[in-house]
Design a protein around this ligand. Structure first.
Ligand code: HEC
Length: 103
């Protein structure tokens, strides 16, 4: 039983790592211009995505896609994304480690 649970955890981890790698390639091509190559925004007005929770990121992308959340640029960008692509993009941005320092 223990071994089974471990194997399951490993599969889950591997698929997250695969998703993150796929997501990174997609983000480099479609998102980095505004959200930065490492998810720290490079365009004024664009939010940082690095280290954000995957569940939050995928929810926002689905909200843009469905029209529940509207933004001129993001609604257009999210429209053609599939559920799988959203999972990959969210895995990539959430896998980036950020450190926080109080001023
Ligand atoms: C042309 C610039 C631009 C590009 C390209 C772009 N974004 Fe955005 N993104 C923005 C801006 C501006 C916002 C803030 C929108 C708002 O106020 O709702 C945003 C918001 C978001 C949010 C919501 C963040 C939050 O904190 O709620 C997510 C998630 C996101 N973008 C993901 C992506 C992904 C994934 C891609 C690539 C597929 C992408 N964006 C491409 C400009 C961009």
């Amino acid at each position: 039983m223990k071994r089974f649970v471990f194997a399951l955890a490993l599969v889950a981890f591997n698929s997250f790592a695969d998703d993150a790698a796929e997501g990174r390639a997609k983000a480099d091509a479609a998102c980095a211009l505004c959200h930065g190559p490492n998810g720290v925004a490079s365009m004024p007005g664009a939010p940082n995505l690095a280290g954000q929770q995957a569940i939050y990121l995928s929810e926002q992308l689905k909200n843009y896609r469905s029209g529940k959340r509207h933004h001129e640029v993001m609604s257009y960008i999210a429209k053609p994304l599939t559920d799988a692509e959203i999972t990959q993009l969210a895995a990539w941005y959430s896998s980036i480690k950020v450190t926080v320092e109080a001023p």
